[in-house]
Design a protein around this ligand. Structure first.
Ligand code: THU
Length: 140
């Protein structure tokens, strides 16, 4: 799976976003180490705070199916009415970065932030969450 293909998966995931309150639609595509892709979208709620981000939807789907090793995630987000040339690079929120930190090696895990299927940036989790707190910090 190429990065471009993973971005295309994120665009497909975005179509499922449930966003009656913000109208901001996000899609994520999470690639496992054995090449499987889990899609996620944001799922909003009338009570607002139960809203789940697209990235966490993808992670929780994968984790709940037994996956534990991940290579990369592609993310795309824009208002539902945004035209293709109005998309900016979309960056995961802090909570989602922390969830990535739980399951991924920050030196290796790649976060692909996309504007379009051909225009995207690739960064390591450590660049988006420097000096992050993770499972190894609890080792005594
Ligand atoms: N959202 C995500 O899905 N991922 C993020 O990383 C940031 C925000 C969603 C939550 C909410 O449904 C909408 O974007 C506006 O905040």
């Amino acid at each position: 799976m190429t990065d471009r293909e993973l971005v295309a998966e994120a665009f497909e995931a975005r179509k499922m976003a449930y966003t009656p309150y913000s109208g901001y639609m996000v899609g994520a595509a999470l690639l496992t180490s054995d090449g499987k892709v889990y899609r996620g979208c944001n799922i909003e709620n009338a009570a607002y705070s139960p809203t789940n981000c697209a990235e966490r939807t993808a992670f929780f789907k994968a984790i709940s199916e037994g996956e534990r090793k991940f290579e990369a995630i592609a993310v795309i987000g824009a208002h539902k009415d945004a035209k293709p040339d109005e998309f900016g690079y979309f960056y995961p929120c802090g909570v989602c970065r922390q969830v990535m930190m739980e399951f991924c090696n920050p030196d290796k895990f790649r976060v692909i932030t996309a504007k379009s299927e051909s225009d995207f940036k690739v960064q390591k989790l450590k660049d988006l969450l420097p000096d992050g707190f993770g499972p190894s910090d609890l080792n005594y």
